[in-house]
Design a protein around this ligand. Sequence first.
Ligand code: TXA
Ligand code: MG
Length: 317
Amino acid sequence: MIGKDLKTAIKLLNEGKLVAIPTETVYGLAGNALDENAVSEIFRVKNRPTFDPLIVHTDNLEKVQNLVSDFPEMALALARHFWAGALTLLLPRKPIIPDLVTNGSPLVAIRIPNHSMTLELLKNLDFPLAAPSANPFGYISPTTAMHVEKQLGNKISYILDGGACQLGLESTIIGFENDAPIIYRKGGISVEVIEKIIGKVQIKEHSVSDPQAPGMLKSHYAPRIPLVVGEIESLMAEHTHKKIGILSFQKYFEQLPANQQFALSENGDFSEAARHLFSAMRALDEQDLDIILAELLPEKDLGRAINDRLRRAAARE
Ligand code: TXA
Ligand code: MG
């Protein structure tokens, strides 16, 4: 059921049940992060392999301190600057975090999401919430309550409706190796903005399927029908006999019916493009098409994270 009732969500979560929650990035599938049963239910409902660990969400820094055994200076600077917001930090966990949440890793992924309804929810719980994106494993992340309802509605008791996600891209994940910051997943806060706060940051490019590098599975965020990236006009020439859909940055193409194409931002605005990316991909995927042709954005600002999602959507193993 979809609704806006915090009391219902609080009650269900206290009973160990799962609730889909809105965040500024994408919708999450949430359960008590300290309850092994609730956490294993998350993996089951998403059909997610347990080697892909979960992000833990809470609503303030003091609560984070109770979950981590160390909070290095640079991580704290990032937290102070970007929380609540689209930044996830990998930090040494305290034993209170179940093994299942981190796949046995000594590090736990933590963030404070920036959504008033979910912050209010977290404030009223005496445990943090483990929440992966609320989509079946490998599929496109949901940015509205209706997206969640369509795919997981029959498997979860409640979907808290907080409107369409403001950012539309998952959080940026940062960890540290020998005190040096590393971006493990490009996301809603751009590399440029992060580098303004802490200087040069290394970026880890994803591997095809390396369980040693969770969160970096290449094939991900994928529609059901094939998606290819490249220059739209030459792709159209290559795929003349197919029923195609187009995902462009700014332009519409006269050769094709309007409903078979989406321009992510006619004005070339990266934030708007990010906000529209997943819902446009879904809308195309729901039509009776053979293939989606997508073009990459300029490789800067949020364009980098958007391109990362497009390339992963195109990757088929
Ligand atoms: O914006 C977001 O981050 C959304 C919202 C709901 O907060 N959540 C999200 O979760 O994108 P998910 O599970 O779809 O992606 C989390 C990624 C995973 O790919 C996972 O492998 C990585 O974070 N991750 C989680 N815990 C980790 C850990 N302990 N070490 C390394 N990577 C971790
Ligand atoms: Mg996900």
